[in-house]
Write a protein that binds this ligand. Structure first.
Ligand code: NAD
Length: 269
């Protein structure tokens, strides 16, 4: 059957768990060879690769801390060694280190900014250079993009979040980073977009969805009345990196069951 990412190579950061893992599997299903990045433990990455190989897909596993330039460089080297090129980068890695603002330390601030924001600079910078190098080496008559970058943001690139100011600031930064490089790279035919999820059921927010007492309050924020699945986001990531979305760049797509619709203003009476 038709595969929307056939013959492309996709690097997904933080692909050993949650949303990144689902994206790696879905992109491989659509024909991409995938680079499955993990940071600390490889189990989740190995499970993703096993699932991919079970349906005949291709992938490699690469350990890297995406906030470290040297780590990212070796991840790109391994990608080119294995697959000879890169077409799609998904900047997915992210973390929360929560604290009330009055107690937040500089270390807690920097831990989140470096993993969520600086990592997207490091990876996108190397990816864009690689896309340009490939296009120069192999000029084609293709009308479509020569490379695609997807930045994982959050509804908190717009919604302020008390107790999580490092996280919200990092995602606000991702949004303007994405738009600014999209503006700069569009003439080179590189598309850059963001995905801004609401509440997706992954390990990052387990303390909310595993607690029956916290779920009603979460549902008050979601007009569509269900928590998101990693697969919801993975399907959007596939479409956004395929030629079906070739005229879209610089856009942040909110995938949130309506969380951005100010549900507290709905007339419930
Ligand atoms: P997750 O905890 O399951 O996944 C985060 C991934 O990032 C993990 O694989 C982790 O190993 C990786 N990571 C963390 N630090 C890293 C580092 N220094 N180097 C490389 N990888 C690192 O959570 P998730 O929900 O799947 O999160 C994925 C992305 O989606 C994050 O950017 C997160 O901010 C964003 N997001 C999630 C939600 C949600 O509700 N789950 C909502 C909005 C945005």
């Amino acid at each position: 059957s038709y595969q929307r990412l056939k013959d492309s190579v996709a690097m997904i950061t933080g692909a050993s768990s949650g949303i990144g893992k689902a994206i790696a599997i879905e992109m491989a299903r659509e024909g991409a060879s995938v680079v499955i990045n993990y940071h600390k433990t490889s189990e989740g990455a190995e499970d993703a690769l096993a699932q991919i190989e079970a349906f005949g897909g291709k992938g490699i596993i690469v350990k890297a801390d995406v906030s470290k330039e040297e780590d990212v460089k070796q991840m790109f080297d391994k990608t080119l060694e294995a697959f000879g090129k890169l077409d799609i980068l998904v900047n997915n890695s992210g973390r929360q280190v929560d604290a009330p603002f009055l107690e937040m330390t500089l270390d807690e601030w920097e831990a989140v900014i470096s993993t969520n924001l600086t990592s997207q600079f490091i990876c996108s910078n190397l990816a864009a250079r690689q896309f340009v190098k490939q296009a120069e080496a192999n000029p084609s008559q293709e009308a479509n993009a020569i490379g695609k970058i997807i930045c994982m943001s959050s509804v908190h690139d717009m919604i302020p979040w008390a107790g999580h100011v490092n996280y919200a600031a990092s995602k606000g930064g991702v949004l303007m980073f994405m738009k600014s490089i999209a503006q700069e790279l569009a003439p080179l035919k590189i598309r850059v977009n963001a995905i801004s999820p609401g509440a997706i059921k992954t390990p990052i927010n387990k303390e909310v969805w595993s607690d029956p007492e916290k779920m009603p309050a979460l549902m008050d924020l979601i007009p569509y009345k269900r928590i998101g699945k990693p697969e919801d986001v993975a399907k959007l990531a596939v479409w956004l990196s395929s030629d079906e979305s070739d005229y879209i760049t610089g856009e942040a797509i909110y995938i949130d069951g309506g969380m951005m619709l100010y549900p507290e203003f709905a007339d419930n009476g």
